[in-house]
Design a protein around this ligand. Structure first.
Ligand code: ADP
Length: 832
């Protein structure tokens, strides 16, 4: 259609020219037949294009030829008309072509101008164009907006008037880059941190560039300045800086080690913590390889996992154990196109805590399942939630029944008399978290009572839920009952104190003795029955001993039920559990009043005895000193009398003198022996050391002129004893003397020996003399006791002295003998 319309323009315009030419033939004449037809060609070329123009040319040639040329030149093939027509066609074609081209280039140029205009209008950047003198020729709307000047106002003004810029920090006014562009003909950019001062004084950070505009022959015709508001970009850049700073600070402070590795495992970045984990200063890392310095790296989990992360492009998480110090690390690695980001966290404590938790859970589970004690979980609201087998055993409720009933109320199994107490315990447990231990009984299903030791602990305050332990104490209660029975039937008064030193138990004999009730006695109540003069003394001793966990014995007066003060001996001892734990003290008391009385009497008798001994000693001294002097005088004068007057007086007188002399001698011996007897208990209290009894025996025997009597003394091995030499000598002298004196028909043979018996030496002095009737064995050791008054001289003091000496050393003396069979005197002395 369009084409048709275009071609009809050609046909129409030719037709029009033809009509014009025909109708104006009389004015125009026949000459120049083609001229007007150029109009048709021009019209067609201008408005319908090349094709129609060519058509108009051909048509015009044909029509003009037909109507006008033939009339002028006549029909001929080669006529001036033919030549003219050919020239016309050629000219027409050239004109048509030229016009078509011109139209086209005009249209294109219009399009380009339009494009540039639209571009400038719609472009986001500000654009200002200047002429070669730097005067504004064009401004797009963005430039108008930023500078505050309109295109009309600005046009023709120097660029510096509308485009004022300065350095953001130094505030120095800067030259616009167009100057440089115009001066050098080269493009130029702005310095950084440039701000545009707009017309209203607003400062706008900009970024710009300028470029020269050159004419067709390269002549510099002006410059164009392009700039843009970079406020947003600046802000974004600042935010970027800020956010990367924040990110860096986060990475430094996360507490985790963080590292970025490139694809060749080289450190690109690592934070302080990561350097610390790797144990080297941070600056040494960047650029070095991650696996460097790690022994046997390929065997590590991290090696395997990191490779997997990179190769499969997956993030990995694993935990790894450092062989060096045993630290556990949790590692997360995230792959990226550049490499790997690695987070390393020390999880040793967490793992340890988890392990501890596991162990403690396991322990509790074992305890729970061991069923040594009943364990159950409860809430205040719903009662018992669950329990172990032992708990169900204690209650007598089967687990099945428990589940069917959907639980048990807490106090359902508590006998009425324990309920109030238990309520109090529960209240205090809710307040403090634990109940402490308390005893109660379970009303077992089978009707029995099961004594238990209970403890409650709150696990969750908010939900009021917790755990309870119940220990079967039937055996303990039984043992307690047995102990009580035993204690109540013991013949002594018994009390028991706890670890707080207060007395909490008294047996029946005690209560009967004091006539008081247990309630009155427990704690410190018993002190009311102690004699006021004794109380402080025994309390001080009790508390000191209690602290030291040391047994004690003390006598004090305790009031009997009838009000009488009775001396009591208490023996207190610490008591310990099988585990070795101190549990308190136990004391047993006996009434020692009678014994004390007896002792007092004994003491009185003793002191009387001591007094009489003292009298005797004094008598002995009196005898030695006071009696010996007159005795010597009597003896001396009776001897003098005998010497001078013997045979000069009558026979009676001689005999009287004899009596006197011998009595004086005898008297002298008696006094001497008595003195020896008195002194036997005297002398130094303890011996100075050991003496060899063999030596003492030999010395004594040598001094006794035994040879004259035809006697022999032999001895076995004799020990060293802690006895005074003179005492031991006196013993041997008296016993050997008697053996010689009471000899039989044969020559006296005496053997001395000693044997060990427990802590003593038993000495034996054995002879072959006349022997002693067993009925007299005890008597002969008494003072002045003699069996042979007439036949043998003697004072009857010798054996009494022996007895005294031996007793002084804690020993005893006795004789084994029969008449005619010799005598064996034996005595003991302490072994050293
Ligand atoms: P005395 O020898 O001076 O009479 P003693 O006290 O030494 O007094 O002895 C008491 C008595 O024991 C003696 O009188 C004697 O009868 C008897 N007696 C002591 N030693 C022997 C002995 N070895 N053999 C027999 N009788 C003895």
């Amino acid at each position: 259609m369009v084409r048709l319309r275009r071609y009809s323009v050609a046909i129409g315009s030719v037709a029009l020219v033809l009509c014009l030419k025909l109708s104006a033939r009389q004015f125009l004449g026949e000459g120049v037949p083609f001229l007007l037809f150029f109009g048709a060609i021009l019209l067609s070329a201008s408005y319908a294009g090349r094709g129609p123009a060519f058509l108009a040319t051909i048509l015009s040639a044909a029509v003009a030829n037909y109507f006008f040329v033939v009339h002028v030149y006549g029909p001929s093939l080669v006529t001036p008309g033919a030549i003219q027509t050919t020239v016309f066609v050629l000219e027409g074609l050239v004109i048509a072509e030229l016009i078509v081209r011109w139209r086209k280039s005009e249209a294109e140029s219009h399009l380009q101008t339009e494009l540039l205009r639209t571009t400038l209008l719609s472009i986001g950047d500000a654009v200002v164009a200047t002429d070669a003198e730097g005067r504004v020729t064009l401004m797009n709307p963005v430039a108008e907006g930023l500078t505050g000047y309109g295109q009309e106002e600005a046009e023709g003004k120097p660029l510096d008037d509308v485009f004022r810029i300065m350095d953001e920090t130094s505030r120095d006014v800067l030259a616009n880059p167009i100057r440089a562009v115009l001066a050098t003909g080269e493009p130029a950019g702005l310095a950084n941190h440039t701000v545009l001062l707009s017309r209203d004084g607003t400062e706008i950070p900009i970024d710009d560039s300028g470029a020269p505009i050159r004419g067709p022959k390269g002549v510099l015709e002006g410059a164009v300045l392009v700039f843009r508001d970079i406020t947003e970009r600046r802000k974004a850049a600042r935010e970027l800086v800020e956010s990367s700073r924040r990110l860096a600070s986060v990475l430094e402070n996360i507490g985790d080690g963080f590292a970025i590795l490139d694809k060749e495992w080289r450190y690109v970045f690592l934070n302080e913590q990561a350097a610390k984990i790797r144990g080297r200063p941070r600056h040494e890392f960047p650029g070095t390889e991650y696996w460097q310095g790690i022994q046997d790296a390929p065997s590590l989990t991290s090696y395997r996992e990191f490779h997997r992360a990179l190769e499969e492009s997956v993030s990995v998480h694993f935990e790894e154990h450092s062989t060096g110090d045993g630290t556990w690390y949790a590692v997360d690695a995230y792959p990226s196109p550049e490499g790997l980001s690695v987070f390393i966290r020390d999880v040793t404590a967490t793992r340890r805590a988890a392990e501890e938790l596991r162990v403690s859970n396991e322990r509790f589970r074992r305890l729970y399942e061991a069923n040594l004690i009943g364990i159950m979980f409860w809430t205040v609201k719903s009662g018992v939630l669950d329990g172990n087998d032992e708990y169900f055993r204690l209650t007598g409720i089967s687990r099945k029944e428990f589940h069917e009933r959907g639980g048990i109320r807490f106090q359902e199994l508590t006998p009425p008399e324990f309920r109030e107490r238990e309520n109090q315990v529960v209240q205090s447990m809710l307040a403090t978290g634990t109940s402490g231990l308390y005893e109660k009984e379970y009303a077992h299903r089978d009707g029995a009572r099961i004594p238990v030791m209970m403890g409650l602990a709150l696990l969750d305050q908010a939900r009021q839920e917790g755990v309870a332990f119940a220990m079967d104490i039937t055996d303990r209660k039984l043992a307690e009952r047995r102990f009580r029975q035993l204690a109540d039937h013991a013949p002594v008064l018994i009390w028991i104190a706890g670890t707080d030193s207060l007395l909490h138990f008294f047996n029946k004999p005690w209560l009967e003795f004091t006539g008081r009730a247990m309630d009155q006695e427990i704690g410190s109540g018993w002190q009311a029955g102690v004699h006021p003069e004794d109380l402080n003394r025994i309390m001080a001793l009790y508390l000191v001993s209690f602290e030291a966990r040391q047994g004690f014995r003390v006598e004090y007066r305790l009031r009997r039920h009838d009000g009488a003060w009775r001396w009591t001996l208490v023996d207190g001892r610490p008591i310990y559990a099988i585990s070795g734990e101190f549990e308190g003290f136990i004391g047993s008391c006996v009434d020692i009043t009678d014994r004390r009385n007896a002792e007092e009497q004994l003491e009185r008798a003793n002191s009387a005895l001591q007094r009489s001994n003292e009298d005797l000693r004094q008598f002995a001294y009196a005898a030695s000193h006071d009696l010996q002097e007159p005795l010597r005088t009597v003896s001396l004068y009776s001897q003098l009398l005998a010497k001078r007057y013997k045979g000069q007086l009558d026979a009676d007188a001689d005999q009287f003198i004899d009596y006197t002399t011998s009595s004086a001698t005898r008297m002298h011996e008696l006094v001497r022996d008595l003195l020896a007897f008195a002194q036997a208990a005297e002398g130094p209290a303890a011996a100075e050391g050991l003496v060899s009894s063999g030596d003492v025996l030999e010395r004594t025997a040598n001094g006794m002129q035994l040879d004259a009597a035809g006697a022999t003394v032999t001895h076995g091995e004799l020990p060293a004893v802690a006895v005074h030499v003179q005492h031991l000598g006196q013993l041997f002298q008296n016993l050997i003397g008697n053996a010689v004196k009471y000899r039989g028909i044969e020559a006296p043979v005496i053997h001395v020996s000693a044997r060990r018996d427990a802590g003593s030496w038993v000495f034996s002095v054995k002879d072959n003399g006349i022997g002693i009737d067993p009925q007299h064995h005890a008597r002969i050791f008494g003072i002045f006791k003699r069996l042979h008054r007439q036949e043998y001289a003697g004072t009857g003091i010798g054996l009494a002295i022996c007895s005294r000496i031996v007793e002084r050393y804690g020993g005893r003396i006795w004789v084994e003998s029969e008449i005619g069979k010799g005598a064996n005197f034996q005595f003991t002395l302490p072994a050293a």
